[in-house]
Design a protein around this ligand. Structure first.
Ligand SMILES: [Fe+2]
Length: 276
């Protein structure tokens, strides 16, 4: 799931990067939706019948990314892939993944129809529920899709939620976001972008990737650890002041000392902002 933040304050509204892009007509799938009924969670999720073509898209993307990730992806991410039992031949049912996630960190999965309104998204995170799509991109979008799909959501996001520190941080994020003012929500959107979607971590004497937006993109994986990227140490106050563009490769990223440091550092920042 890709996060957007928005504002329900009085005019002028504070538009997030996604909303700005959607308002410019770039992709209607990027317009956040409210959930009209509670989404199915865990064992209540009906498993769709994927076509052979859809399984092949998953296989292509899975094999392409997994070939790139050794030595680049965080150990925690790769351990999460093993915990969830991903493999190339089958697009995994959310119901089964939810059960494995619950056993690992007490998180579950909700099946959602697309990009969610932030309040719905945060509310689910605050209850240790990850909102996840179960449809996959078209064959014409193998290299890039701006809208959420299950390759990004499942392959990119779920493995890190098997890590206890990351799982706690992500729940804290949901709780904090529900209490945030519109201005604070814009800062939290940036924290989500630079930690959850594009985060790097120090591991085994080098930098590794754990951000879902990077791990689910061939181009971003190759770019994120290159000399073209300015890498700064994790500093929430610095991140909330850092704007970004959704549609371009990221040239500034932030690295974390560890997932325990991410959890503790985010909690401290939230306390300083009266958000937790
Ligand atoms: Fe995402």
């Amino acid at each position: 799931m890709t996060l957007t933040a928005t504002s329900e304050s009085e005019a002028p509204p504070i538009l997030t990067a996604y909303e700005k892009a959607a308002s410019e007509g770039i992709d209607p799938r990027c317009i956040p939706q409210h959930l009209e009924i509670p989404p199915p969670i865990g064992q209540d999720i009906f498993a769709p019948s994927y076509t052979d073509a859809e399984h092949r898209i998953w296989q292509h993307l899975f094999e392409r990314q997994m070939a790139l990730l050794p030595g680049r992806a965080s150990r925690a991410y790769l351990e999460g892939v093993a915990v969830l039992g991903f493999h190339a031949q089958q697009l995994p049912p959310l119901r089964d993944l939810s059960e494995k996630l619950f056993a690992a960190t007490g998180w579950q999965i909700a099946r959602i129809p697309g990009l969610l309104h932030p309040t719905d998204f945060f509310e689910l995170l605050s209850r240790r529920i990850f909102p996840c799509t179960d449809y996959i991109r078209k064959a014409s979008e193998l290299d890039y899709t701006p809208a959420p799909d299950c390759f990004h959501d499942i392959f990119g996001h779920l493995p890190m939620i098997t890590n206890p520190h990351f799982a706690n941080f992500y729940q804290d994020f949901g709780r904090a976001a529900l209490r945030a003012t519109p201005e604070q929500q814009v800062g939290l959107e940036r924290l989500h972008w630079f930690c959850v979607e594009f985060g790097l971590v120090q591991e085994d004497g080098g930098r590794r990737i754990f951000g879902a937006g990077v791990l689910s993109s061939k181009e971003e994986v190759l770019h994120a650890l290159s000399d073209e990227v300015l890498v700064l140490d994790f500093d929430p106050d610095r991140i909330v002041a850092q704007d970004y563009q959704v549609w371009h490769l990221q040239n500034t990223l932030f690295t974390h000392a560890s997932y325990a440091a991410l959890e503790a550092g985010f909690r401290r920042w939230c306390s300083s902002q009266n958000l937790l």
